[in-house]
Design a protein around this ligand. Sequence first.
Ligand SMILES: *Cc1c(COP(=O)(O)O)cnc(C)c1O
Length: 250
Amino acid sequence: MDYPTALSVEDFTRNLARVRARIDEAAGRAGRGADEVRLLPVSKTVPEDRVRLAIEAGCHRLGENKVQEAVRKHDALLETDVSWSIIGHLQRNKARDVVAIAQEFHALDSLRLAEALDRRLQAAGRGLDVYVQVNTSGEESKYVLHPDDVLDTLARLAAFDSLRVQGLMTLAVFTPDTTRVRSCFRLLRDLRDRARDVDPGLVGPGGLSMGMSGDYEAAIEEGATVVRVGQAIFGERSTPDSHYWPTHEA
Ligand SMILES: *Cc1c(COP(=O)(O)O)cnc(C)c1O
């Protein structure tokens, strides 16, 4: 895939318009409204001067995989109109940083992490929108919930007042085989539907955070309500994804 690097506000405006047009088309194919799908631009590895241009082009919520990088950008861009979503695995000792700077967290993968976040949030007197991250690819992973554990985890999360569950999140398997990619997205949707059948309140509004630059259209066709798109907006990344996904080998 060829993703040109955006170096001006005009470049960002163009890339965003392209992605939004494809979101509209994918939603249309699925008989869904484009307003059912939120585009979350992902600015990881992108330096602050270019992030500023993206904000000028209208990106007022940005996703970052690593909380240290998010804290750095948050502090550097305090005067701008932007808020932050953390979308990558979080160590419990970094819960405080998420509470300090983020509006949303997409990678809640254990009850121990939920407990750490809740404790910090209670102390700060605030809540946090969260998505529970599920392993739908079947790839070996130290982190990320097994699909069999999702219902039980959702039920236990209800005890943490400060965590507002918004839905489920996943990363599809990395393969050009679209059938396998789609089956990851379908599994996430099925898990959401099963949770709703058990208890309509279990999974909040039932959002599905799934789809990235290479597969967001398929994700939308399978029901995504949030797509996390980096390279198609900012340009190709040189950092290998293994740096951001400790579970995936380079
Ligand atoms: C980087 C990242 C994305 C976006 O990936 P692109 O290929 O840049 O679109 C989505 N989700 C997570 C968790 C990521 O770390």
